[in-house]
Design a protein around this ligand. Structure first.
Ligand code: IMP
Length: 202
C-alpha cells in the first residue's frame, strides 16, 4: 500500500500540515484514527529520533501502509538544552503552556540577549512496508523572549522569537511557520528521502 501514509499522531494539525507538504507525491495521508488504529504508545526514547521510531514502529505493526511519526521539542542553551525531549512533559503534561512559558522566562531572568539562544528540533521517522526505516531531522534557531507574544501556534511558540522575522513563531501565520519550522523542514527532507526509496508515479 505504497500510495498511503499513516501519520502516527492524534494531532489533527500535524496531519493537515503533512498532507499539505506531501500533496505533490500523490499519496493519501491518513491519521491513525482514519486508519482505524487506536493504540497507546509510550515515548520512552532518549532522543527525538528514537521516540519518532518507537511511534512509527508501533503503528507499522498494525498496517501495511507507509507509516510516519514525528517527535519534537525545544532546546534552551542557557538551561542545558532543557526541556528537550521532555518538552511535552515539562512541569507536567497537563500544565498550561502559559505557566511553562512563564517558568522558562523566569529561569532566564538576567540572562542577556546573546545567551538566550534556543531551537525547536524535529525528527521524522518513516517505516516502509518492507521494514526499511528512515529518519530526518531539522531545526529552527531563535531566542527566548522576555514575555509571551502572539496568539497563533501552540506550546512554546509565544516565547520563541525568530530574529529573521522580528516575531515569535506565535506571531507567524500557519503558512509562514510551516515554511521555516523544524517540522516543515524535516517533513520536506523526508519527502525527498521517500522519493528515493519509493516510486510514487503509479
Ligand atoms: P511532540 O513532538 O508532539 O511530542 O511534542 C513535543 C513538544 O515540544 C510539544 O508538546 C511542545 O511542547 C513542544 N513543541 C514542539 N514543536 C513545537 C512548536 O512548533 N511550537 C511550540 N512548541 C513546540
Amino acid at each position: 500500500m505504497k500510495n498511503k501514509i499513516v501519520f502516527a499522531t492524534g494531532n489533527a494539525g500535524k496531519v493537515k500540515e503533512i498532507r499539505m507538504i506531501m500533496a505533490d507525491l500523490g499519496v493519501e495521508v491518513l491519521s491513525m484514527k482514519e486508519a482505524g488504529i487506536s493504540i497507546d504508545i509510550e515515548e520512552d526514547g532518549s532522543t527525538y529520533e528514537e521516540n519518532a521510531l518507537i511511534k512509527a514502529r508501533a503503528v507499522a505493526a498494525c498496517t501495511d501502509a507507509i507509516v510516519m511519526a514525528d517527535d519534537s521539542g525545544l532546546e534552551v542553551d542557557a538551561l542545558n538544552k532543557e526541556p528537550g525531549v521532555l518538552s511535552a512533559r515539562y512541569m507536567g503534561e497537563d500544565t498550561p503552556y502559559s505557566i511553562k512559558n512563564g517558568e522558562i522566562i523566569k529561569r532566564l531572568m538576567g540572562v542577556p540577549d546573546e545567551e538566550r539562544s534556543a531551537r525547536f528540533v524535529c525528527a521524522i521517522a518513516a517505516v516502509l512496508p518492507d521494514g526499511r526505516e528512515l529518519t530526518t531531522r531539522a531545526t529552527i534557531e531563535g531566542r527566548i523572549g522576555y514575555e509571551e507574544k502572539g496568539a497563533n501556534g501552540f506550546g512554546y511558540d509565544p516565547i520563541f522569537y525568530v530574529p529573521e522575522f522580528g516575531k515569535t513563531t506565535a506571531e507567524l501565520t500557519e503558512e509562514e511557520k510551516n515554511k521555516v519550522s523544524h517540522r516543515g523542514k524535516a517533513l520536506e527532507l523526508m519527502k525527498e528521502e521517500l522519493k528515493k526509496y519509493e516510486d510514487f508515479s503509479c
